[in-house]
Design a protein around this ligand. Structure first.
Ligand code: NDP
Length: 445
């Protein structure tokens, strides 16, 4: 059977057993496309049905979250934790609070997390969780009460050797503090069952910055492979959250010209490049729940309803959310002469955009490799907690840089085709091989 026929057969069966889960199908299709012939060529993998096993989560825990708003009204939300695979280590992955969160979305994120965590070289399995709770317009006290109610339901299912959640969209250091306190009250012990904690209670230095910084280190490794560097490169970034602003900060520090940040209402465009003060202003606006439509300098323009991709960047870093970049936007990048798209967000390209970019002469680094810096520093936080130690920022930053370079090397080894690297294929194959070896070694269980 050809690769396409094998893929179709696999996806037909998956779509029957997991109907309507479009984001999950999209994520699985891209991994299976690159790995199904490897499974078939490897007798042990085929006998163990590795891909079939890796596309069904170990379990999905679902629960009701009941909490009271400031007016004393009872509010009811839904929460989930998808424990996808602990083949190479305890479940690890973020929590997302957003009205669009659903089991399908968490399955796609948990599935991707399995391979991302494998690529870091650390002993981390994959999972993802969250709630359809929308923190927009909620007071701090309401968000805290929601975090406490959410953790009352989740706490029995996590722990430092079982499942260690972290933050994701709308779950930052502040929320992790509230979640951790509720976990601690349930477990009656102080253990590192969450990462992304504040530095005064076990959090690692630079965990907050790690995904954005790591993304830039990965891009530098890509450029290094081309005997080039970031100096003077025009970098367009979408999003204005944790990943976007820290990627902007680091790219600027490494000599690039950062020409945009954005949010759901439009793009902040800096023809001559953003400076660190403006990035700090964007971060404080986001933290205060404000918008970025009224920038502090005349050299900046906020363009409503626009994305950054027509600004003719050399490098595009989508750092906002899944499926934010369409095929038409990839075409804008091609027309503008972009050379690199590296994903800060998870699966920011639609299925059509992924097909389009494969045919273009743009190097495309998938999130499972390029945004693995956050989970890598979470892994370092787990080690620090186990050893009751705190590593200084310079040490963690150096280790983060080493890990991102090592991920680049693993991906390049598996994705090099002549003098070009297929980063998507390389990441899928390297992550798959590591997990598949563990699954196979453990027998039929
Ligand atoms: P944040 O909640 O800090 O920020 C997300 C930002 O993206 C918000 O400001 C939101 O804007 C904006 N946004 C959402 N949709 C769009 C859109 N279609 N176009 C433009 N902007 C948009 O999230 P993070 O920075 O933590 O996460 C961003 C992405 O990175 C997610 O895909 C996440 O899964 C991924 N990621 C995060 C990691 C981490 O360590 N935090 C680790 C690895 C991956 P608005 O304010 O208008 O809602």
């Amino acid at each position: 059977m050809s690769r396409d026929a094998l893929l179709k057969d696999f996806m037909d069966r998956l779509e029957k057993t997991a109907p309507g889960e479009t984001e999950f199908h999209q994520a699985v299709r891209h991994v299976v496309r690159d790995t199904i012939t490897i499974e078939k060529a490897h007798g042990d993998y085929t006998a163990a049905k590795v891909l079939e096993r890796l596309t069904v989560p170990d379990r999905i825990i679902g629960f009701r979250v009941v909490w009271q708003d400031d007016a004393g009204q009872v509010q009811v939300n839904r929460g989930w934790r998808v424990q996808f695979s602990n083949a190479i280590g305890p479940y690890k992955g973020g929590l997302r609070f957003h009205p669009t969160v659903s089991p399908s979305m968490l399955k796609f994120l948990g599935f991707e997390q399995v391979f991302k965590n494998a690529l870091t070289g650390l002993p981390l399995g994959g999972g993802k969780g969250g709630s359809d709770f929308d923190p927009k317009g909620r007071s701090d006290a309401e968000i805290m009460r929601f975090c406490q109610a959410f953790m009352r339901q989740l706490a029995p299912h996590i722990g430092p050797d079982r499942d260690i959640p972290a933050g994701d969209i709308n779950v930052g250091t502040r929320e992790i503090g509230w979640l951790f306190a509720a976990y601690k009250a349930h477990a009656l012990e102080f253990t590192g069952a969450l990462t992304g904690k504040g530095p005064s209670f076990g959090g690692s230095a630079i965990r907050t910055q790690a995904t954005g910084y790591g993304l830039v280190y990965f891009v530098e490794a890509m450029l290094g492979d081309l005997n080039d560097d970031l100096t003077g490169k025009r970098v367009a970034i979408s999003g204005k959250g944790n990943v976007a602003t820290h990627a902007a900060e680091k790219a600027l520090a490494r000599g690039a010209k950062v020409i945009s940040l954005s949010d759901t209402s439009g793009t902040l465009w800096a023809r001559d490049g953003l400076d660190q003060d403006t990035i700090a202003w964007v971060r404080s606006q986001k933290a205060a729940g404000g918008d970025i439509a009224d920038p502090p300098s005349k050299a900046l323009r906020f363009v409503e309803g626009k994305t950054p991709w027509s600004l003719e960047p050399d490098i595009a870093l989508p750092c906002a959310t899944q499926n934010e970049l369409s095929a038409a936007m990839v075409q804008e990048l091609v027309d503008g002469g972009a050379r690199i798209v590296a994903e800060g967000a998870n699966m920011p390209l639609t299925a059509d955009a992924q097909d389009k970019i494969m045919a273009a002469a743009i190097l495309h680094a998938p999130g499972k490799a390029a945004n693995a810096g956050g989970v890598a520093v979470s892994g370092l936080e787990m080690s620090q907690n186990s050893h009751r130690q705190f590593a200084p920022a310079e040490d963690v930053d150096r280790k983060l840089k080493d890990i991102m370079r090592a991920i680049h090397a693993r991906v390049a080894d598996n994705g090099r085709e002549g003098n070009r690297i297929d980063y998507v294929r390389g990441a899928n194959i390297a992550g798959f091989r590591k997990v598949a070896d563990a699954v196979t070694a453990m027998g039929a269980i």
